[in-house]
Design a protein around this ligand. Structure first.
Ligand code: COA
Length: 107
């Protein structure tokens, strides 16, 4: 859960990619690389720069893996821009559930 000023405002999760073979076959990132997903659930808190700050903190203080990836819908520029602002780079394009996604990576 993402908590800000005592209020639950969203969720963020991480997982080891190789624990999910079908997903691992798509992202092809190798051993020890983790994935991250996040969502700010409060409309009024979107677009204020919180996402990149949450990502930076989570990757540094919680994930602590050699590398971290995220799959972001091509049609969600706010999201892939937020990942870029947190230091992720667009490494290649993948397909998730039949839709084009950007594979973003840090480390
Ligand atoms: C995606 C999410 C985590 C991003 O966090 P955020 O705090 O809203 O992100 P920011 O406020 O830093 O905005 C990110 C950037 O996107 C840009 N942006 C916003 N809308 C945009 C659009 N339609 N096209 C292009 N860029 C856009 C912003 O200008 C900002 O870039 P800048 O600071 O260089 O100007 C958050 O918006 C969210 O949870 N959204 C709902 C669910 C979701 O999409 N989850 C992600 C699934 S992978």
């Amino acid at each position: 859960m993402i908590v800000a000023d005592g209020q639950d405002i969203g969720m963020i999760e991480t997982y080891v990619c190789s624990d999910y073979p079908e997903w691992d076959a798509i992202v092809q990132v190798g051993e020890g690389v983790v994935g991250v997903d996040l969502l700010i659930g409060e409309e009024e808190l979107i677009g204020r720069g919180l996402g990149p700050e949450i990502l930076r903190t989570f990757v540094r203080d919680v994930v602590r893996a050699s590398a971290c990836v995220a799959s972001v819908d091509e049609e969600n520029p706010r999201s892939w821009r937020a990942f870029e602002k947190a230091g992720f780079r667009h490494v290649r394009d993948i397909e998730e559930e039949g839709r084009p996604h950007r594979l973003m990576r840090i480390g």
